[in-house]
Design a protein around this ligand. Structure first.
Ligand code: EPU
Length: 346
């Protein structure tokens, strides 16, 4: 046994929201073997197992977590030539996501640049298919290494087995069965970045950009403007990024929402299946929830209506009550139900 198990470990300071109670048991796991040990420790004692990555998309219950929390702390990244001139980059689950992006951009390897400035660790990115500014990790992932708790063995999941969708994957749908230990991406050395997202296209003034560092810089600048880059001096800093996913609805529902809003210019993105993705932040504002709204110790970010923020001294219960209020307002105004994005622990 190499795991160092701690008891009554506070979790709030390990999450970007800085909310929630302690873990009954807590251990850092730095390898697949240690993940396996943590699984065994929990199983032998009949405990639930929670996985902690960067804590940037996590809501911890005020009562804490009555089980074992395994914090992923494996480090390391390697690269090797892949098929068709690609470079295969493998990163351990505990690597900082943005450090990985910064490194690949500096190498001139195209594929992750639009995902600059996203908080959290590499291992969480395939689970919710992290995406932003026209890219998602599903575009470049070739393989995910995970510990399969059901079979009790290491698994290599090819991209096709990951069942990626918008902020979704088979890993997420399997509800904790897989603990990601490493991710491999296929990147394109020297290739220009396609610029697909409207806001990014307008800022860069191009539909394709060879200078990946410029793409990264502009994405970081846009994210900072929305308080979506961690900054210790930002009053909106305690958040979990987007608190809701953007709803994907039938085209007729989107038309009805536009009609009710009276704004023909409502942002909407057509989906391959004919449905439309709506902007949750836009719906929230039009439902009368203003940016900067404050309720006790929690509120809505003053920079982006999709982020709920904690102002210090609050509780997860308060935040969830505000989330319910937001969901209720959008449902009442537009008949569309928003779904929560962060994962709950406890
Ligand atoms: N909008 C508003 N009010 C707001 C916020 C946005 O009207 O308070 C409007 C904007 O004007 C724009 C539209 O809504 O027309 C979309 O806004 P934005 O470009 O900021 O993107 P988003 O749809 O709100 C998504 C992702 C972000 C990602 C950005 C950029 C989700 C849930 N969110 O946000 O990802 O960074 O696009 O690509 O898909 C995350 O998932 O945690 C996240 C930060």
């Amino acid at each position: 046994m190499t795991l160092r198990i701690r008891e009554s470990e506070p979790l709030a300071s390990r999450t970007t929201l800085e909310l929630g109670g302690p873990a009954r048991f807590f251990a850092e796991v730095a390898s697949l073997a240690e993940i396996e040990e943590a699984v065994r420790f929990a199983r032998e004692r009949g405990l639930r197992l929670g996985i902690l990555g960067g804590g940037s998309n996590l809501l911890v219950a005020d009562e804490g977590f009555d089980g074992l929390v395994a914090a992923i702390s494996s480090r390391g990244r390697t690269s090797k030539p892949g098929p068709d001139g690609a470079v295969l980059v493998r990163a351990e689950a505990g690597e900082s996501w943005d450090e990985l992006v910064g490194w690949t951009v500096a190498q001139g390897w195209q594929g992750l640049e639009c995902l600059s400035g996203i908080p959290g660790l590499v291992g969480s990115t395939p689970v919710q298919n992290v995406g932003a500014y026209g890219q998602e990790v599903a575009d470049t992932i070739v393989e995910v290494e995970a510990y399969d708790r059901e079979r009790g063995e290491r698994r290599l999941l090819a991209r096709a087995e990951c069942g990626f969708g918008y902020r979704d994957s088979s890993l997420k749908r399997a509800g904790g069965r897989f603990v990601v230990s490493a991710v491999t991406f296929a990147l394109r050395p020297g290739a220009p970045a396609p610029i697909r997202y409207g806001e990014l296209q307008r800022t860069l003034g191009v539909a394709e950009e060879r200078d990946l560092a410029r793409v990264r810089e502009v994405v970081l600048q846009l994210r900072r403007g929305k308080s979506m880059v961690h900054d210790a001096s930002d009053p909106n800093r305690r958040s979990a990024g987007s608190f809701f996913t953007n709803p994907i609805v039938e085209a007729s529902v989107a038309d009805e929402v536009a009609r009710r809003s009276g704004e023909a210019s409502m942002p909407r993105w057509p989906q391959p299946d004919g449905r439309a993705k709506l902007a949750a932040g836009w719906l929230i504002e039009r439902a009368g929830i203003v940016k900067g709204l404050r309720e006790g110790h929690v509120g809505v970010s003053s920079a982006h209506a999709l982020a709920l923020v904690h102002h210090g001294g609050g509780t997860t219960r308060e935040l969830l009550a505000l989330a319910d209020r937001v969901v209720g307002a959008v449902e009442q105004r537009f008949g569309v139900r928003l779904e929560r994005e962060p994962v709950m622990l406890g």
